[in-house]
Design a protein around this ligand. Structure first.
Ligand code: ADP
Ligand code: MG
Ligand code: MG
Length: 923
């Protein structure tokens, strides 16, 4: 029989850190901490395999599981010296979720399981603290009713009608009735009475009794955690993070320790280094006399852990360093042990029960891109990690974040800071206020930059946080939900900004310390910041690295000047083997790409000179050529166009001096360059003194039903050889002229949309003739490379023949994807969205390279091409060239280089280096 339960506790464990797939991150790390001899309350982990079995079983626990669990519980009892469901000396447990990769707050946890009319007397006698016992009891009823009896049963009450909210309202009403201000005013008698009221309410609303049986509670808790894997917010989080649905969660059943037993008890969260800046300082927050998620929930602003954690908001509050120096010292020692063991920054949860410290969780901490960079470079110096590990430590997304804009500090000085909060997520953001997640999503859909402003965020807000460009919250500390999630995404975020007051009409204000239930998001309101009133749609600027808020538009700039960034990129290139080029069609972009480390241009689209700035004159000439109705007229127009193409080529070749530059012959259907509306056509006709009817008929005649599969690419050059000829002449002349000026142009020309070798031979013959003419004219010989794009499946299949003519291949993965799937890139969006939602395809193949088939064609293309021409250079242009997840595939299959937009160049370099390191490690 499969082993489903792994125990931990008493400095030993059946699991360890590298068993995350089976035990989930939380379970594996709890086991590891036990093995390190750290104080961890004993417990057991039910495997992720069991979760899979549970779902395969139609949501039934596998037979025999509970027997295994009870055996594990017996082990916990032995270590803890207490007994579950015992009248004298009862053990309480928590039932905690924990997937392979952390999903903060997305799944459910129930605390204080095991309290019943049978065990309460024992607890009372044991603790002599009735207030604590009944407080724990009413919390259990609340959490259990919410998580186990409502959510996991699939009951979806109307907004504000959930059981937790109803119980919370009862608590508020009770407090009001008795003139209490805070939860702590409630006496033991009050709480006991409330617990009874709660149970009645649960029965009334949900129709079932809260189970007064510890054994039933245990089974209910385990099932509910499994169920929470498919809870709404967990599913949407997985989608955003790309976590597979079939991984499943583990369940950890762990002996309870109590941070809510009085003033010598506490609970806290810490990072072994500053997760926002990367500074090597212990960084955390704690609350005295609190339990569970009180710190993370952002209900009250937590106290700083130590001096290093103090800031404007909390400097007047006592730190653990001050109040519990001995325990703080012990925690510092644990910090060192953990970093030495994991060679990384960790995020930890701890609880102090009556002066004794317990570790409840550790995991590799999320961090901003800047922090990742700083920590990795520091850890290299400290000898914790080696150079290759430094390169592996920064994800392509984090590097991308470093390239993202921040507020321009010189412009920032010109504006007055409106309010200050905690710098929870890096970078800058400028956008309009959204007060609800719904609104943020709406703005994003409309392409409007927006800032989500909330009292605090909770897991229900994840999609809105994603949609927002920046996040601002009134409450919460550096480890609050908003801060954790924003940092994970590298999103600009400010939390704990006291000056923010949101006015939403609410029936009651929750003081629920678990923080799962929040304000009613349907109600729209206003926000007052530092005395000024704002509405949705008003503009704010955020400096997430400092925590400063402005109500004016501040300019944004880039963050790559950081010298650490430069040092890091040097290390990257030390390990990188695959080349990185850029897609650029003008000197400015080319220069930008070189600054970012591009080694050449993989795609220069000649037609780009006919779009945008300074394109009027050449576009005019191109139109003359297109509208010409005789060969002679067309040739004359082309002769006028040639100098423009030549000068455009020269400008970029000059910047790229000594580096290869691949020009692609004109690719798009020509009708894209002539006006389509009657009004515009009349204008053009008038300007040229042409007959409108004739012009109109000519343009109509160019109409194609399927232009993407019509007269474009190499087909243009075969139907109208004079068009290709002009391009060859312009590029060759540009090259020779630059050589004469002392430059070293490395000219490469590629033919788009090829289907066979004959097409290439046709174009090559033209090229040969023009080359001789140009060489004769200038009296200088020159070299260039003649290649092709591989972007139609047929071309990949006959790559061996094509390579007889082509000296290099460039895989155009956009068209190749389009032609392989038969998906029109321009029309298929809605279809792809449904396909992804219905799991008919795993992802949008235009964003996520399809290794299975498009990848197979690339592989075949390279193999067959090199069978003919072993030294054949192969590159990728198109969006996937900059996709870090595809880089490994391209590298493994022998791609010479990838080419991407200038801003993606550093990311592509990193992805290529990581692919090489991974390969070396596999060997
Ligand atoms: P999450 O994955 O959402 O962080 P956790 O399982 O870590 O959920 O639990 C939520 C909170 O309850 C955490 O603050 C954790 O420290 C606390 N907690 C969990 N189990 C125990 C326990 N056995 N004793 C005391 N506190 C616990
Ligand atoms: Mg946790
Ligand atoms: Mg193409």
């Amino acid at each position: 029989m499969t082993k489903f339960v792994y125990t931990f506790g008493g400095k030993t464990a059946e699991g360890k850190a590298d068993m995350k797939n089976l035990l989930g991150g939380k379970g594996a790390n709890l086991a590891e901490m036990c093995l390190l001899g750290l104080p961890v309350p004993a417990g057991l982990t039910i495997t992720t395999e069991c979760c899979t079995a549970y779902y395969e079983n139609g949501c039934q626990l596998p037979a025999g599981l509970m027997d295994e669990v009870w055996k594990g519980v017996a082990n916990v009892e032995k270590i803890m010296g207490m007994k579950y469901d015992d009248a004298e000396n009862p053990l309480l447990v928590s039932c905690r979720s924990g997937a392979r990769s952390s999903m903060p707050g997305m799944m459910d946890t129930v605390l204080n399981i095991g309290l019943s009319s049978k065990t309460i007397p024992g607890m009372l006698k044991k603790t002599n603290n009735p207030r604590f016992v009944y407080d724990s009891y009413r919390r259990l009823i609340m959490m259990y009713a919410d998580v186990v009896m409502e959510k996991s049963e699939g009951i979806e009450p109307a907004d504000g009608k959930g059981i937790r909210k109803q119980l919370d309202d009862m608590l508020d009403a009770y407090k009001e009735e008795h003139g209490y201000k805070s939860d702590t005013d409630l006496t033991a008698d009050d709480l006991q009475k409330l617990a009874e009221d709660f149970k009645r309410k649960v029965k009334e609303v949900l129709g079932t009794e809260f189970p007064d049986d510890a054994k039933a509670q245990m089974e209910g808790g385990i099932k509910a955690v499994f169920k929470s894997w498919n809870g709404k917010k967990a599913v949407s989080y997985r989608k955003i993070e790309g976590i597979p649905d079939d991984w499943g969660t583990a369940v950890n059943v762990q002996a309870m320790v109590f941070g809510n037993m009085g003033d010598t008890s506490a609970t806290g969260v810490a990072f072994t280094r500053n997760p926002a800046t990367g500074d090597n300082q212990f960084y955390g927050e704690w609350l005295i006399n609190a339990q569970g998620e009180d710190v993370v929930a952002g209900i009250r602003t937590p106290n700083p852990l130590n001096d290093d954690t103090k800031n404007e908001q909390n400097k007047h509050m006592h730190s653990m360093q001050e109040l519990m120096p001995e325990t703080y010292k012990e925690l510092c020692e644990i910090r060192t042990i953990l970093e030495k063991n994991y060679h990384d920054m960790l995020d930890i949860e701890f609880t102090i029960q009556d002066g004794k410290l317990y570790m409840l969780q550790c995991r590799v901490g999320k961090r901003t891109g800047v922090a990742a960079l700083t920590m990795a470079m520091d850890m290299l110096k400290e000898g914790l990690i080696d150079e290759s590990e430094v390169v592996m430590r920064i994800s392509p997304a984090q590097l991308d974040e470093l390239l993202h804009p921040i507020l321009d500090s010189s412009d920032e000085k010109k504006h007055e800071v409106l309010a200050k909060g905690l710098p929870a997520g890096p970078g800058g953001a400028v956008g309009v206020i959204a007060l609800t997640s719904e609104k943020a999503k709406e703005y994003q859909a409309a392409g409007i930059k927006n800032i989500l402003v909330r009292e605090e965020t909770n897991p229900e807000d994840v999609e809105g946080m994603r949609a927002a460009d920046g996040i601002l919250t009134a409450r919460g500390g550096m480890t609050s939900h908003a801060a954790l999630v924003a940092r994970g995404w590298g999103k600009c975020c400010i939390v704990g900004c006291d000056a923010v007051k949101i006015e939403m009409e609410r029936t009651s204000v929750s003081t629920n310390e678990y923080g799962k239930k929040k304000v009613n998001v349907e109600e729209i309101g206003t926000v007052t910041i530092g005395g000024k009133v704002f509405h949705e749609g008003d503009l704010l600027s955020l400096n997430g690295s400092k925590g400063w808020v402005y109500d004016e538009e501040v300019k944004m700039i880039n963050a790559t000047e950081n010298p650490l960034f430069q040092q890091f990129m040097k290390l990257v290139d030390k390990f990188r083997k695959m080349g990185v080029r850029t897609n650029a069609d003008n000197p400015e972009d080319a220069q930008k790409a070189i600054d970012f480390g591009a080694e050449g241009i993989g795609l220069f689209r000649i037609e780009h000179m006919f779009y945008g700035e300074n394109s009027e004159v050449p576009l005019e000439k191109l139109r003359n050529m297109i509208l010409a109705d005789t060969l002679e007229a067309r040739k004359a127009a082309l002769a006028e166009l040639e100098p423009y193409v030549r000068e455009s080529a020269k400008g970029t070749l000059k910047v790229m001096d000594g580096k290869p530059l691949t020009f692609r012959l004109m690719d798009p259907p020509l009708h894209e360059f002539v006006p389509q509306t009657e009004e515009k056509q009349r204008e053009v006709a008038k300007a040229r003194g042409l007959d409108f009817e004739k012009l109109h008929a000519r343009i109509e005649g160019m109409h194609e039903v399927n232009p993407m599969m019509g007269l474009r690419g190499v087909r243009l050059g075969i139907i109208y050889p004079e068009i290709t000829e002009m391009q060859f002449r312009a590029l060759f002349s540009a090259t020779v002229e630059l050589m004469k000026e002392g430059f070293h142009p490395q000219l490469e020309i590629m033919v788009p949309l090829t289907i066979n070798a004959a097409e290439l031979k046709h174009q090559k013959a033209l090229a040969n003739r023009v080359k001789e003419e140009v060489e004769a004219k200038y009296g200088t010989k020159f070299n260039y490379k003649f290649g092709t794009m591989i972007e139609i499946p047929r071309a990949a299949l006959v790559a061996n023949q094509i390579a007889e003519v082509a000296e290099f291949f460039s895989f155009g993965t956009n068209d190749l994807t389009q032609m392989t799937f038969g998906f029109s890139r321009d029309d298929v969006n809605a279809i792809v969205k449904t396909y992804v939602d219905e799991k008919i395809i795993p992802a949008d193949p235009f964003n996520n390279f399809d290794r299975e088939c498009v990848g197979e064609l690339v592989k075949i293309g390279i193999e067959r091409g090199r069978a003919t021409r072993p030294e054949l250079k192969c590159g990728v242009c198109g969006e996937h060239g900059g996709d870090p997840t595809a880089a490994e595939f391209f590298y493994k299959n022998g791609m010479t280089y990838v080419s991407c937009s200038p801003f993606r160049v550093p990311v592509a370099r990193l992805a290529a280096a990581q692919a090489a390191i991974k390969e070396a490690r596999e060997k």
